[in-house]
Design a protein around this ligand. Structure first.
Ligand code: C2G
Length: 133
C-alpha cells in the first residue's frame, strides 16, 4: 500500500483543493491530509479561517479521496508525520515548489500544478464586491 501525505488549510473548500486531493490520492492508495489548526493558521500564517478546524476537518473527511485527517500544529512536524504514518510520497501544490525538498531523504516529494483560476482569497474578494443586478 502506497501512502501519500499532504498539508493545508483548506478553508472555504473549493474545486482547486479537490483537484489537488484527487491527484494526490491517485499517486498512491492511502491519503493522509494534515490540516492546519486554527491556532497554527493564525499564529504562523496570519490566516483567519471562515470555517473552524472541526468544520474544515468534517468537510475533508467527506471527500472520497481522503482517508485520514490529522492536525497540523507547527511547521516542524512533517518529518515525524512521514515516519509515524509510514509515508511514501509527500505532495503539495507548486506554490510551495522547492520548499519541502529537505524531506527527500525520507520520501518522494512531488509538487503538483495549482488550479490557477480559483483560490479562497478570490472567493472572499468576489463575494465582497458590490453585486449590482
Ligand atoms: N491548491 C491548489 N490550487 C488552488 C488552491 C490550493 O492546488 N487553487 C493547493 C495548494 O497548493 C495546497 C493545497 O491546495 O497544496 C491546500 O491549499 P491551502 O489550504 O492554501 O494550503 P496552505 O495554506 O498553502 O498550507 O505546511 C504547509 C501548509 O499547511 C500549506
Amino acid at each position: 500500500m502506497k501512502r501519500v501525505i499532504t498539508y493545508g488549510t483548506f478553508d472555504l473548500l473549493h474545486y482547486g483543493h479537490i483537484n489537488l486531493l484527487k491527484r494526490a490520492k491517485y499517486l498512491g492508495d492511502y491519503l493522509v491530509v494534515v490540516l492546519s489548526t486554527d491556532e497554527f493558521n493564525w499564529i504562523e500564517k496570519r490566516k483567519k479561517c471562515y470555517f473552524t478546524y472541526e468544520e474544515r476537518k468534517s468537510l475533508l473527511e467527506a471527500i472520497r479521496y481522503v482517508d485520514l485527517v490529522i492536525p497540523e500544529k507547527n511547521w516542524e512536524q512533517k518529518n515525524t508525520d512521514i515516519l509515524e504514518y509510514h509515508i511514501d510520497t509527500f505532495v503539495m501544490g507548486n506554490d510551495w515548489e522547492g520548499e519541502f525538498d529537505f524531506l527527500k531523504n525520507l520520501c518522494e516529494v512531488i509538487y503538483l500544478p495549482r488550479t490557477e483560476e480559483i483560490s479562497t482569497t478570490k472567493i472572499k474578494s468576489d463575494l465582497n464586491k458590490e453585486i449590482i443586478y
